[in-house]
Design a binder for this molecule. Sequence first.
Ligand SMILES: Cc1cc2nc3c(=O)[nH]c(=O)nc-3n(C[C@H](O)[C@H](O)[C@H](O)COP(=O)(O)OP(=O)(O)OC[C@H]3O[C@@H](n4cnc5c(N)ncnc54)[C@H](O)[C@@H]3O)c2cc1C
Length: 120
Amino acid sequence: MQVATALGNWLPTRLADRLRRNWDRDQAIADLSNRDFDQIAARINAWRLRPVGSEGWRTAEVTVGGVDTKGIDARSMESRLQPGLFFIGEVVDVTGWLGGYNFQWAWASAEAAAKAILRG
Ligand SMILES: Cc1cc2nc3c(=O)[nH]c(=O)nc-3n(C[C@H](O)[C@H](O)[C@H](O)COP(=O)(O)OP(=O)(O)OC[C@H]3O[C@@H](n4cnc5c(N)ncnc54)[C@H](O)[C@@H]3O)c2cc1C
């Protein structure tokens, strides 16, 4: 079995092929010395990803900042400084994990504020 074929058992084929180009030629595993194994392992483990950019704010998901929660009543989402002013969802300085927590926060804080407003 060739080294790239063996790597393909664990990695996507294109990634295995790209890693294979880090050494001179694809060899049969049976022909490798321990030193060859060490060199190949070192090259794979030293492989670095270098991001070349980002998609910018359009798809940015994790951001921090916003209205300080200390200034908001957690039950009603009403400002402690300005009665009658409510803050909910993304505008508040709450950072949710990926997985729906931001939607949950937006809806839950909106419900809390709506109920408080209806209560008067
Ligand atoms: C690419 C992307 C993917 C995401 N995926 C997920 C996910 O899978 N799960 C999850 O839980 N969360 C996800 N989120 C986060 C989630 O979308 C937000 O947390 C949530 O939509 C916040 O709701 P919101 O009502 O507080 O704010 P927004 O949804 O941002 O609503 C604010 C609204 O106010 C409007 N607005 C802004 N300024 C003014 C103004 N001056 N006058 C009038 N209207 C104004 C805007 O146009 C907008 O419609 C994602 C976010 C992004 C950007």
